[in-house]
Design a protein around this ligand. Structure first.
Ligand SMILES: Nc1nc2c(ncn2[C@@H]2O[C@H](COP(=O)(O)OP(=O)(O)OP(=O)(O)O)[C@@H](O)[C@H]2O)c(=O)[nH]1
Ligand SMILES: [Mg+2]
Length: 435
């Protein structure tokens, strides 16, 4: 998918941020640090970082005249070939900056789209990122056109100049967007069939900031070997595995794409189908990197959950990477989040096996306790002529007791309310609930 990156022709970047009065210095610095991780994830080098504190945005060039001169001389001195701006720029500002500085200019949204384009592996992820890019391009065609024209002769099939070419590219993009949406609807249909199959199970989804350790924990909990990497957005699709072979009801665990501050709207919208796994979950495990900027990361997760209409799903917080924090910070976090689980997924992996089972056991237990607390127990009688329904009963509930009596099969079942409802609906008058 490397070829689907729009800006793959730069190696060395200068990072710049405009600090407006509504943002604190530490906020801007953290965000700029994250921007450099994004650049590294793309395989680029960072030549330096510049912050301009200003009370306003320069309408034409985003940065003021003096700062632009600084930026230009650093670009020339340090052989920089891309300017990465940690703010959202208008198409016109991008165009003006590219002309003035004679290098590629990417804002935060574009940089994230580039990483998604680079890392997308599955058919669905590729379709989704192509859609996000097309929609982004459609709104910025005028500003980006110059760059695209220079790099690859326009994005469409034909060459041309100015307005005419822009109109052709616009049409081309609109067609592409329609085609991609159609293809995605097909993929979503397949996902719905899988969902039907999953419907007897309890669904738990791992969520959290990118690089927090979600896939590492998923691997440990389900004995899998999903991709784990020290770079942002290693995971871009959803994977679902059974948590425990013999638990009843069955519990499924899913790993999915991570979140980031100011996640571009285009990306959230395009990845809605991948993220639907989050919306359908009965429980969320929120993985938080204890050594990072936790307030911001928790806030980001809350915002994304709100956006996905998943804010009412219960959450268990898991602070990971505790090997990277001091005992004092650990105490503080434990006081602030008494309900949370604290783990070091990587350290435990390297410890002896009985220890490594510890954190897996701790998380599994908490999941089971969560569901146990919500389960209800009922006594039922099943008439012998309907005993073929036993398979469904075993599938949807835990059978605590079974007694073959003259008047029918007497059973004590425990299940979550949703599954009990399903049983009542499915078996109707074939079962009699006992008081
Ligand atoms: N020090 C430390 N590193 C960890 C721990 N858990 C995971 N990591 C590392 O953190 C990096 C990211 O881990 P992943 O499991 O890929 O994180 P993720 O949340 O799935 O990230 P994305 O899929 O990119 O959003 C990897 O280099 C892991 O080895 C931990 O407990 N301690
Ligand atoms: Mg991952």
């Amino acid at each position: 998918m490397e070829e689907n990156r729009l800006f793959n022709n730069w190696n060395r970047a200068l990072l710049v941020s405009l600090q407006l009065p509504n943002r604190s210095t530490s906020e801007v610095q953290n965000s700029l640090q994250e921007l450099s991780s994004l650049a590294y994830s793309l395989g680029g080098d960072v030549a330096g970082k510049i912050i301009q504190v200003s009370s306003q945005i320069h309408p034409a060039n985003f940065f003021g005249k003096g700062k632009l001169a600084d930026i230009k001389s650093t670009i020339q001195k340090d052989c920089v070939d891309a300017l990465l701006v940690d703010n959202q720029l208008s198409p016109k500002q991008i165009g003006n900056l590219e002309t003035l500085l004679d290098c590629a200019v990417l804002d935060r949204t574009q940089l994230i789209l580039e990483i998604f384009a680079k890392n997308a592996r599955t058919h669905e992820a590729k379709l989704q990122i192509e859609l996000a890019q097309s929609e982004y391009l459609l709104t910025r065609l005028v500003g980006l056109w110059k760059h695209l024209d220079r790099e690859r002769g326009g994005i469409g099939a034909s060459r041309g100049t100015g307005e005419k070419q822009i109109e052709k590219d616009r049409q081309f993009l609109r067609h592409r967007i329609t085609r991609l949406k159609r293809q995605l609807i097909k993929v979503e249909k397949e996902r719905k069939t899988q969902k039907k199959r999953r419907s007897n199970c309890l669904c738990v989804s791992l969520i959290g900031y990118t690089n927090a350790g979600k896939s590492t924990i998923m691997n440990a909990l389900t004995n899998s070997a999903l991709l784990v990497e020290d770079r942002l957005f290693a995971t871009l699709d959803s994977t679902t595995r059974l948590l425990e072979e013999d638990s009843r009801p069955k519990v499924l665990l899913s790993d999915t794409v991570g979140f980031i501050s100011n996640l571009p709207h285009e990306v959230v919208a395009a990845f809605r189908s991948t993220l639907s796994i989050v919306k359908e979950a009965d429980l969320l495990l929120q993985i938080i990197d204890a050594s990072d900027n936790i307030d911001d990361h928790i806030q980001t997760a809350n915002d994304v959950l709100q956006d996905l209409e998943a804010a009412s799903i219960p959450v268990i917080k898991i602070f990971n990477k505790t090997d990277r924090i001091t005992p004092t910070r650990m105490l503080l976090l434990e006081k602030l989040y008494p309900e949370a689980i604290f783990v070091s997924a990587i350290q435990e992996k390297h410890k002896k096996s009985e220890n490594s089972a510890d954190f897996v056991h701790k998380i599994r237990k908490q999941i089971m306790v969560f569901f146990e607390e919500r389960m209800k127990t009922v006594k039922i009688r099943l008439d012998y002529q309907h005993c073929q329904q036993l398979a469904n009963i075993y599938e949807w509930s835990r059978v605590d007791n079974i007694d073959y009596q003259e008047q029918g099969i007497m059973m004590t079942l425990t299940a979550i309310p949703r599954n009990l409802e399903r049983l009542r609906h499915h078996l109707g008058s074939n079962i009699t609930e006992m008081r």
